[in-house]
Write a protein that binds this ligand. Structure first.
Ligand code: LCS
Length: 391
């Protein structure tokens, strides 16, 4: 290709060369588990690494590789690796970094299953982990020990939407040579590219904005070539959490519209935020603004969290009152989704920890979809009005 293009163009074309695939405009789907060898010696050469080429779809598949190449390009990383879920990506990265007795320094909040995984690793491998708000370098550096295997961050944090300053974290981490892993699920590479800020590894639950249509469970890891090769060889190959070629094909299709979708998610969310702030049943709206992130985020994203006046009962009444908006976990889909983190995505986190993370019974998470924003608001408003009515 030669010429460097802009993000939107790369999202459409990526590294894809149709001439390599019989002129097929869209990437072909190689829905196959294995690849034939013309001779026994070819098989030998491929297994030994003397010859490049496909062997078996757990080790690599052309459609999956096209997705990996495109994700590496969009995140500005050297190489990417696709997984069968976001959690397969998270667990592969953590297993790569930790060993018996390691320490992991995490952002103040992390996705419920990531927390569950760390707890399980604590039991199995005696690892320790801290949740920290990471507001200052001093605070971060105080918590780093010789055993710290990596810093693991979500930003914005699911579901409390707190933003972590990546520059601050990277400065401290570099002093102590600790790798920084960022779960970039909430932003997608369109709004935030952590590798450009010096972070080492980016993780996605591609289930969300990358796919964008609520029809795939998938994960991606992006980083330096050596690290990605190591994870491919020792973790993905042998633990086997691979992505199916069809899912990669759906994600390749989803990525083409990522910039357009993200713009609309952001636009709708901005309008809904204003309305939510003004509603009497809403106590607080948590929606980070790109302008206050020193360029880290180029848009404010499509997720709004808010606290309703009341408790769990009112929260459940709100969820039971929406009609157009769907009550479901997951996010980043075309449909607007609403969920109650304390009893759903973060139910696994013990109450005391959950409260420290800021996940109270009042907290609601809204993943703003691509519908007409006023239709979303009309539905949310009538549901909020139900909450404030006394039975
Ligand atoms: N990382 C983050 C930040 C997530 O939000 C999720 C899933 C994962 C990793 C795991 O990805 P998965 O294996 O599901 O592809 N978050 C969900 C959520 O907030 N609601 O439902 C799933």
């Amino acid at each position: 290709m030669g010429k460097k293009h802009r993000f939107e163009t790369n999202a459409v074309h990526g590294n894809y060369e149709s001439s390599q695939f019989l002129g097929s405009l869209t990437p072909p789907l190689f829905q196959t588990s294995t690849f034939t060898f013309d001779r026994a010696e070819t098989g030998e050469a491929r297994f030994s690494g003397a010859e490049e080429g496909m062997i078996y779809s757990r080790l690599g598949n052309p459609t999956v590789q096209l997705l990996e190449d495109k994700m590496a390009m969009l995140e500005g990383g050297e190489k990417a690796l696709a997984f069968g879920s976001g959690m397969a990506a998270v667990s592969s990265v953590l297993l790569h970094f930790v060993k018996q007795g390691s320490h992991v320094l995490c952002s103040k909040g992390i996705y419920g299953c990531t927390y569950g995984l760390l707890k399980w690793l604590q039991e199995k491998l005696d690892i320790t982990f801290d949740l920290l708000d990471m507001e200052s370098s001093e605070e971060i550096e105080k918590r780093l020990t010789e055993k710290t295997a990596c810093i693991f961050i979500e930003t914005p944090i699911n579901p409390t939407m707190e933003v972590i300053n990546l520059k601050t974290v990277v400065e401290s981490a570099k002093k102590y040579n600790v790798p920084v892993v960022v779960d970039n699920t909430f932003c997608s590479p369109y709004l935030q590219r952590p590798i450009e800020w010096g972070c080492d590894v980016v993780i996605h639950s591609a289930t969300k904005y990358i796919g964008g249509h609520g029809d795939v469970i998938a994960g991606v890891v992006v980083g330096k070539e050596d690290l990605i090769n190591e994870i491919a060889r020792h973790i993905r190959k042998d633990i086997g959490g691979v992505m199916s070629p069809f899912d990669a094909w759906l994600l390749l299709r989803g990525l083409k519209t990522l910039p357009v979708r993200m713009e609309r998610h952001c636009e709708n969310a901005m309008k809904l935020e204003e309305k939510l702030i003004a509603h009497h049943a809403v106590e607080e709206v948590i929606y980070p603004k790109a302008e206050s992130t020193n360029g880290q985020m180029s848009g404010s994203g499509g997720i709004i969290s808010f606290k309703i006046r009341g408790s769990k009962e009112e929260a459940q009444k709100l969820l039971n009152s929406v009609q157009l908006i769907k009550v479901a976990v997951s996010l980043g889909d075309t449909e607007t989704l609403i969920q109650h983190p304390a009893t759903m995505t973060h139910a696994i986190v013990p109450e005391e920890e959950r409260i420290k993370m800021g996940i109270t019974d009042q907290l609601i998470r809204l993943s703003v979809g691509l519908e007409a924003w006023d239709d979303i608001w009309e539905d949310l408003e009538q549901a909020l009005n139900q909450v404030s009515l006394k039975d």
